[in-house]
Design a protein around this ligand. Structure first.
Ligand code: KIV
Length: 290
C-alpha cells in the first residue's frame, strides 16, 4: 500500500517557541492541532503543522470520559511519548491535567518537568489566569516553556456551569484581558484563547507580544488550534459550532468495519490473494510424515 503524504519542504527545521514568536512578528498564521498517538503525530509533522498539542481532550475523544477531569499524569505521559516518537519537527506541547499544577507550586514544577523528561515534550500548557501566576513563574524559572489557556477552560467546567463561551460581558472581557497581560508578564510564550468573542480575541492579540492561538476565538488570533478528532469527524458526542469538519472519519470507519464484518460472515475475506503459499514438496513431505 503506498500513500503519498505531501511533505512540506518549507518547514524542515525544528519549530521552537521562538519560531512562533517570529511568525507573529511576520503576521504569519500559526497552525496547531492535537494528537494523542504515533500515526497522527507522524502525519501532522509531515504536512508541516507548527505545533502539536497533546491535549487533555484525550480524556474525552480517545478515552471516553465525559470531561477532562479524570485524566491523569500517567495517561498524559503515555500518549505524549507516542506522539514524540512520531514527530520530529513540530513544537510539542503537553497539556497538564487537572490537579497536576493546582495543588502546590512544587508539584506543578515537578509535573511540568516530567512532560519534558519522560514525555518527550518541548513545552507544557496549563489553564487559568491570575490564580496560576505563581506556578507559571516557577515552571518558567525551571526552564520549561509554558503556554497559557484562557476563556473556556474545560478543567473548570463545573465552575463555569458547562462548556460555555466566556468573556461576553464587559466585566468578563476586562478580566480576561487583564489575565492575558498577566500571563504574558509571568513568562508564558503563547496563549490559547478558547471560545471567546472574536473582537475580544482580536484586541488581546493586538495587546500581547506573545502569539495567541484561538479555538472558537475568531480569525484575528495569531494562530488556530482544533481538536483533531473534531476536524476529522471522529468524535461521536457533539461538535462545537466553531469546528470545521474536514471529513467524516466516523462514517468512513463505520463503513469499513461493517464491510469487514459482512465480508467475513459471507466468507469473502480472506480471499486467495491474502493466503500464504507453501512449496508443494514441503506440503507432500508434511502429509507423508503423517
Ligand atoms: O485539550 C485540548 O485539546 C485543548 C485544546 C482545546 C486547546 O486544550
Amino acid at each position: 500500500m503506498s500513500t503519498t503524504i505531501p511533505v512540506s519542504e518549507v518547514q524542515r527545521k525544528k519549530v521552537t517557541t521562538l519560531t512562533l514568536r517570529q511568525k507573529k512578528e511576520r503576521s504569519e498564521p500559526i497552525t496547531m492541532l492535537t494528537a494523542y498517538d504515533y500515526p497522527t503525530a507522524l502525519i501532522l509533522d509531515r504536512v508541516g503543522v507548527d505545533a502539536i498539542l497533546v491535549g487533555d481532550s484525550l480524556g474525552m475523544v480517545v478515552l471516553g470520559y465525559t470531561n477532562t477531569l479524570p485524566v491523569t499524569m500517567e495517561e498524559m505521559l503515555h500518549h505524549c511519548r507516542a506522539v514524540a516518537r512520531g514527530a520530529s519537527y513540530a513544537l510539542l506541547v503537553g497539556d497538564m491535567p487537572f490537579l497536576s499544577y493546582q495543588v502546590s507550586v512544587e508539584e506543578a514544577v515537578r509535573n511540568a518537568g516530567r512532560f519534558l523528561q519522560q514525555g518527550g515534550m518541548d513545552a507544557v500548557k496549563l489553564e487559568g489566569g491570575r490564580e496560576r501566576l505563581e506556578a507559571i513563574r516557577a515552571i518558567v524559572s525551571a526552564g520549561i516553556p509554558v503556554m497559557g489557556h484562557l476563556g473556556l477552560t474545560p478543567q473548570s467546567v463545573h465552575q463555569l456551569g458547562g462548556f460555555r463561551p466566556q468573556g461576553r460581558t464587559a466585566w468578563a472581557a476586562r478580566r480576561l484581558l487583564e489575565d492575558a497581560l498577566l500571563l504574558e508578564e509571568a513568562g508564558c510564550f503563547s496563549l490559547v484563547l478558547e471560545s471567546v468573542p472574536a473582537r475580544l480575541a482580536e484586541l488581546i492579540s493586538q495587546r500581547l507580544s506573545i502569539p495567541t492561538i484561538g479555538i472558537g476565538a475568531g480569525r484575528a488570533c495569531d494562530g488556530q488550534v482544533l481538536v483533531t478528532h473534531d476536524l476529522l469527524g471522529l468524535f461521536d458526542r457533539f461538535t462545537p459550532r466553531f469546528v470545521k469538519k474536514y471529513t467524516d472519519l466516523y462514517g468512513e470507519m463505520q463503513r469499513a468495519f461493517s464491510e469487514y464484518v459482512a465480508d467475513v460472515q459471507a466468507r469473502r475475506f480472506p480471499g486467495a490473494e491474502h493466503e500464504l503459499e507453501m512449496p508443494e514438496e514441503e506440503w507432500q513431505a508434511f502429509l507423508r510424515a503423517g
